[in-house]
Design a binder for this molecule. Sequence first.
Ligand SMILES: Cc1ncc(C[n+]2csc(CCOP(=O)(O)OP(=O)(O)O)c2C)c(N)n1
Ligand SMILES: [Mg+2]
Length: 367
Amino acid sequence: MSTAVESHDLLSILAPDGTVDATLDPRLGDELLLRMYRAMVTVRILDERLLNLQRQGRIYFYLVSKGQEACSVGSAAALTPEDWVVPAYRQPGAFLFRGVAIKDMVAQCYGNAWDNTKGRQMPVHYSFRAQNMVSISSPIGTQLIQAAGVAMAMRRRGDARVALTFIGDGGTSSNDFHSGLNFAAVDKAPVIFICENNGWAISCPTRKQTGSETFAQKAIAYGMPGVRVDGNDVLAVYKATRDARERALAGEGPTLLELVTYRMGGHSSSDDPSRYVPSEELEAWERKCPIARFKLYLEAKGIWDEAKDEALREEARAEVNQAVRDNERVPRPELETLFTDVYAEMPETLRRDLEREREARGEGKFP
Ligand SMILES: Cc1ncc(C[n+]2csc(CCOP(=O)(O)OP(=O)(O)O)c2C)c(N)n1
Ligand SMILES: [Mg+2]
């Protein structure tokens, strides 16, 4: 069992200058390392493009995960495709790493006829069944109880899989944080709770969020280990998640990981962080950029260089631009989709509403 002292330490393997602690290096294969790097770079490019589309009025809302790419990609890389992920809204990197197509993510943000949520969800509220990724919920915290439930079910079925879920520092103040951790710990459910402590919950700084010295130490009260990890260090995130996964599969129950990171953009497209984020604080964290640090590591290993980097960025930009161009041509979802998928058999009242809407559309009232 973890002690308070352990949960105050910070697991760190890759320093901002790209040097690695050889005793802790998980020694991942080149192919996996490059897949992780590709996902991190791609998500940064996708984020920039989608935020620009919001500024142009083409999508109505967006949330960037700039600065937190190592959290979502490092943890997703430590799973198998059969594991389940119950994300919050700042883990598009996990979707990309698990193989979701950029075109499908862009479609979800447009809410068009290609969108598998049929325009019913806010942008960035992705869910992809084929990748075992459960829908993002807008209320912060609910995903923790969902993940605990998923893991409890898997334990009862005897599945050798885990559930991974994410929450922000602000989300730890929700009732669901308590319910999720408590249920999972009592049941010894195979779930990994990740708290991405990015310094802010909209404009509320971390120091006003909790009286605890760390978020990791909250685990102790629930009877599970809490580990503080450098969230801008993709190797440390990977290692901590892999260890938590092994623990969960050995029947030892859940783990809480606090990933110490920083939100390098606004809370959402509706936010102006320049009104409350001290510029020195942001600049200090920009120097700890998780992508730049990982790049230095790959270069030092001799498997990456500037030319490859530029080619990768070009390729990612082209893919994102193509996905946007394709989605621009896609119409809105059919009106009927408002009425379908809710009941196995459409009740009479809904059927009447649908008929009424069809008639009204026939009269030209609906575009
Ligand atoms: C239950 C609930 N309360 C309030 C909100 C409004 N809200 C949306 S995001 C957010 C801040 C979340 O901060 P944090 O958990 O630190 O996540 P971050 O945005 O930093 O990733 C709040 C208060 C909400 N969505 N749900
Ligand atoms: Mg936060």
